[in-house]
Design a binder for this molecule. Structure first.
Ligand code: GYE
Length: 312
């Protein structure tokens, strides 16, 4: 670390100045997460950082423990992707008191005190939800699959309390407001996993009549829903339209096949930008409070075009 015992001259480099980053990851719940973890590890290596990587297995308490242990180990910088939005003030105050800068990646925290972190790098999840809703508004006639005059949507939410689950639902609801035919008739968490999406979709298929559309907060839950829809004898993408978020390779393959109808991209390759921000923060440079990732959307035709080159 920058805290080295070697008493070299007073230049910026003390001869043992490898930056140590403690990174607390959410878990391994989705294809997006796997790609994100790989990106962070690869970028840390390329930037010459020593990375202390900790997997919280979806639990906030594990993240809090990991952050405390990074503080104890006197890492140079802490980065993390908070599993849920609330409940971070105490541990972030501890990091601040220890003079260790914190960078949020991917997901935001909900706090009044923005001095508790240096910057937040990640997607605009509200915008992602809006893009999904806008597509549905534009394709409402087609999406009224059973032709009853209503577009009946069921929603597979991400992890309860997580920024992308809260914000995607909000953006989607806002966008579909403009068309009174479109209604969300049921909404439940599938925890961002394939299994969760499958199970919740099975129960929706049993309890809801005339489902026209599934809006899944990520590809994995959409892929789980495809399994449930097929098992019920219906054809995903035709009998029930599917909209998802992420655009990981498995999602894009299902989109190209027409099993999914529209994907809003969410970019997991945050590693290079994260290391860059960490370097700047440690050099005392100003960084923007918010760095938003650039993203696009995909139709089946567009997915078919890029699928072969999709890296994750
Ligand atoms: O969309 C989902 C993952 O926080 C943006 O978390 C991330 C989300 C992503 O599990 O697949």
């Amino acid at each position: 670390a920058a805290v080295s015992g070697c008493g070299s001259d007073s230049s910026a480099s003390d001869g043992n100045d490898q930056i140590v980053m403690g990174f607390s990851q959410v878990g391994a719940e989705s294809g997006w997460r796997t790609a994100n973890t790989e990106s962070i590890k690869a970028s840390a290596k390329a930037a010459g950082f020593e990375l202390k990587f900790s997997d919280a297995q979806g639990k906030q308490e594990n993240q809090i423990k990991a952050i405390r242990s990074f503080i104890q180990q006197k890492v140079d910088v802490i980065a993390f992707s908070p599993v849920v939005e609330t409940g971070w003030d105490t541990v972030l105050q501890e990091a601040k008191r220890a003079n260790i800068p914190v960078i949020l990646t991917d997901r935001a925290v909900d706090t009044e005190d923005t001095s508790l972190y240096k910057t937040f790098l990640g997607s605009d999840f509200v915008l992602e939800g809006e893009k999904a809703g806008q597509w549905l508004v534009e394709n409402a006639a087609d999406a009224d699959v059973d032709g009853d005059g209503d577009v009946n949507v069921v929603q597979l939410e991400g992890t309860t309390g997580a920024a992308p689950a809260i914000d995607r639902a909000e953006g989607f609801a806002e966008a579909i407001k403009t068309d009174s035919k479109i209604k969300v008739s049921a909404s439940q968490t599938g925890d961002f996993t394939r299994d969760g999406g499958k199970q919740v979709m099975e129960s929706f298929l049993n309890s809801e009549d005339g489902i026209d559309v599934v809006f899944a907060h990520n590809d994995d839950m959409g892929l789980g829903a495809i399994e449930a829809i097929e098992a019920s004898g219906l054809e995903p993408g035709k009998d029930i339209k599917i909209i998802t978020v992420d655009a990981v390779k498995d999602g894009m393959a299902a989109l190209a096949k027409g099993q999914i109808n529209f994907i809003v991209e969410c970019n997991p390759l945050l590693g290079d930008q994260l290391m860059d921000l960490a370097n700047k923060v440690l050099d005392g440079e100003e960084v923007p409070a918010r760095v938003v990732t650039e993203e696009t959307t995909f139709t089946p035709e567009q997915a078919a075009e890029v699928l072969a080159d999709r890296k994750y």
